[in-house]
Design a protein around this ligand. Structure first.
Ligand code: FE2
Length: 420
């Protein structure tokens, strides 16, 4: 008997193969981010099997019963969870490991009633089960990153509004999550505004530089960012744990002709390296590097691999700052392979075909993913005039949370049925 609930693996339309398009990495290669669900040709499906089995049929044609404990720990009745917080009232590790389903029925289309061997009864939405099953093991259920390189033709730009509509804000977040950055134009240039912009997307991450930092050339600078020298692509603050996830830079004034901002999609470069030279990729994904920052009041050190993978082997973060990295004293053979791999990665990161450049004009603000993108700038002549940016960090999960909440709210407003 076929169950009524059917669900495509891309319920939100945001999962799928990375599309290179005119902006993507040049793809004779497989330009796929490993953490993205690959859309299948067939929808997933639930059906009643015997005896008392709820069977998941996957898009690739495989099928398996849904584990009784997997269902049992998702019971949403008042005895199992606090209905207001949706948090469990019972430690699921205390459930019977040999729990069985002793009765299973489908009282309505897409609704399953389950009686467990511990006597508990639960009612489940087929849509919710399939939506969860459709997520990749490491999915954040957000727009999939779209890899890009120096051929990126249209930058994600938006006219800033302090009171955007929910739809407008959702669009900004989609751009950010897809491209890893967004440039806002017309942001008021009152000092401190960058914090207000940041608070729209998440919580400010204060550091020893303060909640807000000023980027301008100063004598006796404590960081090369505060000089006028060019800065090669790097990620910020790899010496912290955790690393600040997102950076915002707001241009209060720029009277110089240089000082162009640069961005590189580190995931695109890493993915291409993985295809071209898997040995170098593996070395960078497995060599712990010490990053260090020291000034009169601060000494920060953290170890991180330049290319960080998640538990599924997908790209998770890039940590790369050639001004601050100190590889441990490994054997000459191991260091030989590391130095070759770092050189290859670094040269690709600095290659013009991966980099985009743009001038931050007065009132422009760029927000970028510091775990995916590398940033830098060209040098400038401070004698030409002032160049003053203000920056701040926010945590990586802020925009993702805002995106999900807005999607939920807009879905409700549009009358979208999210559960049975
Ligand atoms: Fe930086």
């Amino acid at each position: 008997m076929r169950a009524g609930a059917r669900f495509h693996q891309c319920p939100s339309g945001f999962h799928g193969r990375v599309s290179a398009g005119k902006a993507g990495v040049d793809t004779g290669e497989e330009a796929r981010l490993d953490f993205i669900v690959v859309a299948s040709q067939r929808p997933m499906n639930l059906r009643l099997g015997a005896p008392n089995e709820l069977v998941l049929e996957r898009g690739d044609g495989s099928s398996h019963p849904v584990h009784p404990l997997w269902l049992r720990e998702r019971c949403k009745d008042a005895a199992s969870m606090d209905l207001r917080t949706q948090q469990r009232l019972q430690d699921p590790s205390d459930l019977d490991l040999d729990l069985k389903v002793v009765a299973l029925s489908q009282p309505a289309r897409g609704v399953y009633k389950v009686t467990f061997s511990d006597g508990h009864e639960g009612t489940f939405s087929g849509d919710e089960i399939l939506a969860e099953a459709a997520l990749a093991d490491n999915s954040h259920d957000c727009p999939a990153p779209r890899l890009w390189d120096g051929k990126l033709a249209e930058f994600p730009r938006a006219r800033w509004r302090a009171d955007p509509s929910e739809g407008e804000l959702l669009g900004w977040l989609e751009s950010f999550l897809t491209f890893g950055f967004v440039i806002f134009e017309g942001v008021p240039t009152q000092p401190g505004t960058v914090l207000k912009v940041g608070s729209m997307f998440g919580f400010t991450r204060e550091t020893n530089f303060g909640a807000l930092f000023n980027v301008r050339s100063t004598p006796n600078a404590t960081d090369l960012a505060y000089t006028s020298v060019p800065l090669d692509p790097h990620t910020d603050n790899p010496y912290r744990a955790p690393v600040p996830g997102i950076q915002l830079l707001h241009c209060l004034i720029n009277e110089t002709s240089g000082g162009l901002s640069t961005l590189v999609d580190g995931f695109a470069v890493a993915q291409r390296l993985r295809a071209d030279d898997p040995r170098a990729f593996d070395v960078l994904a497995s060599t712990p590097v010490r990053f260090r920052y020291v000034d009169a009041d601060t000494e920060l050190t953290a170890s991180a691999v330049p290319i960080e993978l998640d538990v599924t082997g997908g790209l998770k973060a890039i940590q790369f700052s050639p001004r601050l990295d100190f590889v441990p004293l490994f054997s000459p053979e191991r260091l030989d392979t590391y130095y070759k791999a770092r050189r290859l990665f670094d040269h690709r990161l600095r290659a013009p075909d991966h980099e985009i450049r743009f001038l931050l004009r007065t009132g422009d603000l760029v927000m970028f993913d510091n775990c995916r993108l590398l940033h830098g700038r060209t040098g400038f002549d401070p004698a030409e005039g002032l160049r003053h940016l203000q920056g701040c960090y926010i945590d990586i999960d802020g925009p993702r949370s805002r995106y999900r909440v807005l999607r939920r709210q807009l879905g409700r407003a549009a009358g979208v049925r999210r559960s049975a």
